[in-house]
Structures are given as structure tokens and as C-alpha cells.
Design a binder for this molecule. Structure first.
Ligand SMILES: NC(=O)c1ccc[n+]([C@@H]2O[C@H](COP(=O)([O-])OP(=O)(O)OC[C@H]3O[C@@H](n4cnc5c(N)ncnc54)[C@H](O)[C@@H]3O)[C@@H](O)[C@H]2O)c1
Length: 320
């Protein structure tokens, strides 16, 4: 398996770290338009092979897309971070342009790759890539709400003093502000959240408060270290593993919808089967009417931003 990571910044390097220590990758290409930065990271990584349980992966630093020839998976983390005074639309404009430009270059050398989009706002960047390249929608995957869901699991686990892996639930919709968590899908150790809390004399979980805490979690990290790295890197590694070993794991990644839940032409996170063919299918959940209405209003909000970014960048927002 050959994997490319575009962007040798904090997140790109975090993803490489997981791949080298826990993955089984034959070739890893770290591409950055700042070649020295990519080289510095790779030269440093090479020394870990002698000291850790890593698999002696062939790791290459580059600023040349030809190094990605035949890559199976390409992770896009390149782009700007939001700066003070910048709006989400400003960032969306910058990173959508960068994302589409990168994806087009990848398409020339690795047309069968699965792309994982991390650069924020990741769902919008994924939207423009899915529309403005020939990659099938199943192979343009935004990391979406995988990180938000991991935060949810960890917050609930902390409340009930259990391993986060024993908590089940989803954050769905758009990564960032327009997301929701269906309470009916939250369970603890296989039991409904209410049953678990009642039988353990713990206050019941309020889905709205939980969602607020999930949203706040990212800001709290950003406020202190001006980026987020570990959780997102682990989320991306989780998605890569699902593809690499054909796990058919159900993950809340975001892809361009094609009629699911009555929604079209919008990138949202929904429970998606992820395997060797990328985002293989989206599960149909028995959402309540209220949850469907929430999903529809999220789609409307996201589409408004997509149209504004399309106007500013000249990028197509719907398939021709
Ligand atoms: N989706 C999420 O949940 C999530 C979480 C954390 C960060 N992010 C996003 O991921 C992106 C990267 O974050 P980071 O902390 O690693 O940033 P960073 O600034 O540390 O690294 C970005 C890297 O991208 C490179 N780059 C910029 N434009 C490029 C181009 N056109 N081609 C090749 N390389 C290019 C830069 O040289 C830099 O090395 C940001 O957009 C950030 O907002 C998303």
C-alpha cells in the first residue's frame, strides 16, 4: 500500500506518525510545497525505524506530484489555518482553491486513489474536490465528524467512568458548527444511555448539552495550542485503516450525497460503510422526523456557504 500525505504541518506529521508506528504501509510520501519542511520531517522519521516497532516503511519527502504515482490513498492536510479576523468563508475560499488544485495534480498521477480531506472547512473543500475532479464521490472522503464523534465518546465515557470505546454514538452533519447528535443512537456498554445512567444513578445525558461540549472541546484545544493535532491524526488513521484492510467499518465520514435521506449535492457526515472501495455505502437510519428536519436545515446552511465560495472562487458547485 502506497500512501501520500500532502502537507507536512502538524496534522500531516501526526498522520505519518500513526502510519509509521501502527500502520503497515510499504511506501509513504510526504509532500509539501515547502520541500525543506518535508525533508526535515522525513529525515527525522527515518531514525525511528531503528528504535520503534515501525515496519521500516520507505518514506519519501517531496514537492513533486510525480512521487505520488500509483498512490492508493492520499490525505490532504495542506492549507491555511484560520487566522484572527478571518471568516470561515475566507478560509473556505483559500483552502477550497488549494484543495482542488492539489486534487487535480493527484488525479494525473494517481487517478484510482482514495482522497481523505482534512484541510478545513473539510466538508466544503471535499465538496469542491468531488465536483471539480473526476474522482468518484465514494473516493472523496472528508474526515468530517469522525473527530467530533471521538470527542463525544470521550466526553460521555468521562461522565460514566468507562473506556470511551464502550460508548457508542454519532455526531453527524457538518464538521464544525452545523452538526447534530441523534440521542437514540447513543449507547453505553450496549445499553441505552438513559437505562445505563438510571441504573448507575448518574444524571441522564442531555443530547443538546453533549453536542455543545463536543463543539467546545475543539475550541478549548485551539485556544491553548492554536491548533488541534492528536485527535484528528488518530481519526484520519482510523479511516485509513478501514480502507487499507477493508474493514467495512461504519464511520461518520462526510461524502457528497446522492439522494440519501432525500439530500443531494451536499457533503455531510452520515454513518458510512468504509472499506477498500472508500465510502462504500451510507446506512439508512430510522431518524426521527425532527432529526430529518435538522439534517435538511444543515444541508441548506452548508449549501448557502458553498454558493458563496463558488461565487468567490469560480469553482463549480454542481456537476456539469
Ligand atoms: N478536519 C479537522 O478536524 C481538522 C483538524 C485540525 C486541523 N485541520 C486543518 O488541517 C489543515 C492543516 O493543519 P496543520 O495544523 O497541519 O497546519 P500547518 O500550518 O501546520 O501545516 C500546513 C502545511 O501545508 C503546507 N501547504 C500549504 N499550502 C500547500 C500547497 N498548496 N501544497 C502543498 N503544501 C502546502 C504548508 O507548507 C504547511 O506545511 C488546516 O486547514 C487545518 O484547519 C482540520
Amino acid at each position: 500500500m502506497k500512501i501520500g500525505v500532502i502537507g507536512a504541518g502538524s496534522v500531516g506529521v501526526g498522520v505519518c506518525n500513526y502510519l509509521l508506528t501502527l500502520g503497515s504501509v510499504s511506501e509513504l510520501v510526504l509532500l509539501d510545497n515547502n520541500l525543506e519542511r518535508a525533508e526535515g520531517e522525513v529525515f527525522d522519521f527515518r531514525h525511528t525505524a531503528a528504535l520503534t516497532f515501525s515496519k521500516n516503511t520507505h518514506i519519501v519527502p517531496t514537492d513533486d506530484y510525480f512521487s505520488l504515482i500509483g498512490a492508493d490513498i492520499v490525505v490532504i492536510t495542506a492549507g491555511a489555518q484560520i487566522k484572527q479576523g478571518q471568516t470561515r468563508i475566507d478560509l473556505a475560499e483559500i483552502n477550497s482553491r488549494i484543495g482542488v488544485d492539489i486534487a487535480k495534480q493527484v488525479e494525473r498521477v494517481a487517478p484510482n486513489a482514495t482522497l481523505i480531506i482534512v484541510s478545513n472547512p473539510c466538508d466544503l473543500v471535499a465538496h469542491f474536490i468531488a465536483i471539480n475532479t473526476n474522482f468518484p464521490r465514494s473516493r472523496v472522503i472528508s474526515s468530517g465528524c469522525v473527530i467530533d464523534t471521538a470527542r463525544l465518546m470521550s466526553i460521555v465515557a468521562n461522565r460514566v467512568n468507562l473506556d470511551p470505546k464502550n460508548v457508542f454514538g454519532y455526531v453527524l452533519g457538518e464538521h464544525g458548527s452545523h452538526c447534530f447528535t441523534p440521542k437514540s443512537l447513543i449507547s453505553i456498554a450496549g445499553q441505552s444511555a438513559d437505562y445505563y445512567c438510571d441504573t448507575h444513578h448518574i444524571e441522564r445525558i442531555c443530547a443538546d448539552q453533549l453536542l455543545e461540549s463536543v463543539k467546545q472541546a475543539g475550541y478549548e484545544i485551539f485556544k491553548r495550542k492554536q491548533n488541534t493535532t492528536h485527535g484528528i491524526s488518530a481519526s484520519v488513521f482510523r479511516i485509513i485503516q478501514a480502507i487499507m484492510i477493508n474493514e467495512r467499518s461504519v464511520l461518520p465520514v462526510a461524502t457528497l450525497l446522492n439522494g440519501e435521506y432525500g439530500l443531494d449535492n451536499v457533503v455531510l457526515s452520515l454513518p458510512t460503510v468504509v472499506g477498500k472501495n472508500g465510502a462504500e455505502s451510507i446506512l439508512q437510519h430510522p431518524f426521527t422526523e425532527e432529526e430529518i428536519t435538522t439534517l435538511e436545515s444543515i444541508a441548506t446552511e452548508v449549501n448557502k456557504v458553498v454558493e458563496q465560495v463558488a461565487l468567490k472562487t469560480g469553482l463549480a458547485s454542481v456537476k456539469a
